[in-house]
Design a protein around this ligand. Structure first.
Ligand code: F6R
Length: 236
């Protein structure tokens, strides 16, 4: 696991955008795994700007998001507003789990098929939960899990409650499983702020522990962690 140290959220956002943009520019075809939440917002802002400045085509880019709330399109809307509206990516090349699907188990299987048909994920961008979750794989999730429906923990619900001013916050989500995430060829994990410091300490100094799902990333051969001063504050 490589650690890239940055000072604050702004530097993290810029570095993350440069990292992803250079992969987009240098690939003939790329499947990007994307995250939502607060952390990648700055990265999406910079990516949108670079795309306009360099008139970058996205016709060779496919995206698959980590997760979506059950009964909601919150993350579809987030991606549209924060990235897709600004980069001119063909709509049929962007994928998120359908949280409004009638048959959620079938939807999980469909989503796994989508990833498989795309040939797998080349670069997966991850955030990290305060409790060490990746995607919405909460503490205790089986490392062999694939896309599945989860019940969110109180920690995750309260961290994300602020985004639900117009609709009732769902208590369940569909998420790629840990095994699905680990099959990505490369992973870029972003961590910003002191609230992530304990999870990051477990990631770098703890042992493999399903109570802190992110510790499984030590099993992956190609992980880069971009972390700012706050997130690194408990690392020795
Ligand atoms: C989002 C996701 C989550 C977040 C994590 C951190 O798609 O899968 O794992 O990355 O909850 O969220 P923020 O960035 O809001 O602190």
């Amino acid at each position: 696991m490589r650690l890239i140290k940055v000072s604050d959220e702004e530097e993290l956002s810029r570095m993350a955008a440069e990292y992803v943009f250079s992969k987009i520019k240098s690939s003939e075809r790329i499947v990007l795994g994307l995250a939502t939440g607060r952390t990648p917002l700055g990265m999406y802002r910079h990516l949108s700007k670079y795309s306009k400045e360099y008139k970058q085509s996205y016709s060779h880019v496919h995206t698959v998001n980590l997760d979506e709330y059950v009964g909601s399109r919150a993350y579809h809307d987030y991606m549209q507003k924060n990235l897709f509206d600004h980069i001119g990516i063909p709509k049929n090349q962007t994928h998120l789990p359908d949280g409004e699907a009638y048959d959620l188990e079938k939807e999980c299987r469909r989503y796994e098929e989508v990833i498989k048909e795309l040939g797998g994920i080349d670069l997966q961008v991850l955030g990290i939960g305060e409790n060490g979750h990746i995607g919405f794989n909460e503490p205790g999730t089986d490392f062999s899990s694939r896309t599945h429906v989860v019940e969110l923990t109180e920690s995750t619900l309260s961290a994300n409650a602020k985004y639900f001013t117009h609709e009732k916050q769902p208590r369940e989500a569909i998420t790629m499983g840990i095994s699905t995430i680990l099959e990505s060829k490369e992973i870029l994990l972003l961590a910003s702020g002191e609230k992530k410091a304990r999870a990051l300490r477990e990631l770098f100094q703890g042992t493999l522990n399903s109570d802190v799902p992110a510790t499984v990333l030590n099993q992956h051969p190609n992980v880069t962690v971009l972390a700012d001063d706050g997130a690194r504050s408990l690392l020795e």
